[in-house]
Design a protein around this ligand. Structure first.
Ligand SMILES: [Fe+2]
Length: 305
């Protein structure tokens, strides 16, 4: 695992960072390469969660320009929405400059604000951030496309402390079978057909390709595997205040041990935009099981809002 630091932005010469990201490295900017006004950071850090009107999970839905995680209307909600919209637009514009080949086919997912101190949070096992895992979205299957995330630490003084381990191909080789790859690859056609039918009648179901079902399983499998959590190779990254970093969070198994106040923008990257599409988790898994795991009927993934 490498930590690819970029000290100068814009760079003196264009460089293709796709191979670094796809191999499971973290691209890191010690200074955030786009402007975030001080008053924005202050507003976010001072949000008041007492009374429950502002939730602990604030998301900005890029496609519909909508914010979730705040019940109160009025000036505070408008301000929060404007701030999240501004962060999202700047992060997207910057990522487009950094990774233009991805931008041609990407789908913008949510931006979010993570206001809580990560250390000592009491969460159910499958929601714990301090256990090493690969990301998978229950409500937004990717059908083989990848999850790229850009994070910014806006805490005034604390680092955001990650521990990561070897990238997806290494883990898949060791654990994919134990996590149910072969069963998922051979079954489930009836289940998917039923889900599509129910969806066509307006039922709130999410049809998932075998790939998406496996990735959800794998997320949970890794978190439940105490031996893996204890004994896997560990690489520590402490992201300083004011820094920004990007990584594929389905390729890089990661955990967050401490840190507070982070902003984040998610992109769904089409497998066909990769410099090395054979390194996509879906390609790794298809080689391992000898079966197709993408759903042909929604190839290229569904739009995310
Ligand atoms: Fe994660």
């Amino acid at each position: 695992m490498r930590f690819v630091a970029i000290d100068e932005w814009p760079p003196p010469a264009r460089f293709d960072y796709r191979p670094d990201l796809e191999a499971g490295n973290v691209v890191f900017f010690p200074a955030t390469p786009f402007e975030l006004p001080e008053e924005t950071k202050t507003f976010l850090r001072n949000l008041n969660f007492e009374g429950g009107a502002v939730h602990k999970n604030i998301a900005y839905r890029t496609a519909s320009d909508r914010i979730t995680g705040i019940d109160a209307g009025g000036a505070q909600k408008d301000r929060l929405q404007a701030i999240m919209r501004d962060y999202s637009r700047k992060a997207v514009a910057f990522a487009k400059e950094l990774l233009p080949e991805y931008a041609e086919n990407w789908k913008l997912d949510y931006a979010s604000f993570r206001p809580l101190e990560e250390q000592g949070r009491e969460l159910p096992l499958n929601k714990r951030n301090d256990l090493i895992h690969t990301d998978a979205f229950p409500s937004r299957p990717t059908n083989g496309d990848l999850i790229l995330r850009l994070f910014t630490n806006i805490h005034p003084s604390k680092t955001r402390n990650w521990v990561v381990t070897d990238p997806f191909p290494v883990l898949a080789e060791k654990y994919a079978r134990a996590a149910g790859l072969d069963e998922i690859a051979t079954g489930g056609r009836f289940r998917r057909r039923s889900a599509r039918l129910l969806k066509s009648f307006g039922f709130p179901v999410t049809p998932r390709s075998p790939y998406d079902r496996f990735m959800l399983n794998f997320h949970e499998y890794l978190k439940r595997n105490a031996d893996f959590q204890e004994n896997c190779a560990k690489y520590k990254f402490d992201f300083p205040p004011g820094s920004t970093w990007l990584t594929f969070t389905d390729v890089v198994p990661h955990s967050v041990h401490s840190g507070q106040h982070a902003l984040e923008q998610t992109f769904i990257i089409a497998q066909r935009s990769m410099a090395n599409p054979d390194q996509a988790p879906v390609a790794v898994l298809e080689r391992l099981c000898g079966k197709r795991l993408r759903d042909a009927r929604s190839a290229g993934s569904e739009p995310t809002a």
